[in-house]
Design a protein around this ligand. Structure first.
Ligand SMILES: [Mg+2]
Length: 101
């Protein structure tokens, strides 16, 4: 698999520390909310056929980075893992009811 500069979780976490030190946690929470909003808007434009794949991917990457940063800033790894496990289990359960599974 190709190496990308963003593959390293350790490097990303260093950057999250730097961002929080530079701008503060509240600013990072605001930035996260902003990026999630931009991703939502890009998805809506995509539904309307008014968004390029390139821009949609860019907005999803922005949101993903802020999502990971918020998990890093606000929760322990164990909490994040447990919440993700629960979300996956909920999806599985919904598919059991609604899907073909
Ligand atoms: Mg953005």
């Amino acid at each position: 698999m190709t190496d990308h500069p963003t593959d390293g979780l350790e490097r990303r976490q260093e950057l999250y520390e730097e961002a929080e030190a530079a701008w503060g946690r509240e600013a990072q929470l605001n930035k996260a909310a902003e990026e999630f909003g931009e991703a939502a808007a890009a998805l809506n434009r995509a539904l309307n056929g008014q968004e390029s794949r390139e821009n949609l991917l860019e907005e999803l990457a922005d949101a993903r980075l802020m999502l990971e940063q918020m998990e890093w800033a606000l929760f322990d790894d164990d909490e994040v893992g447990a919440a993700l496990d629960e979300a996956v289990a909920n999806l599985e359960a919904r598919l059991e009811v609604d899907g073909d599974g």
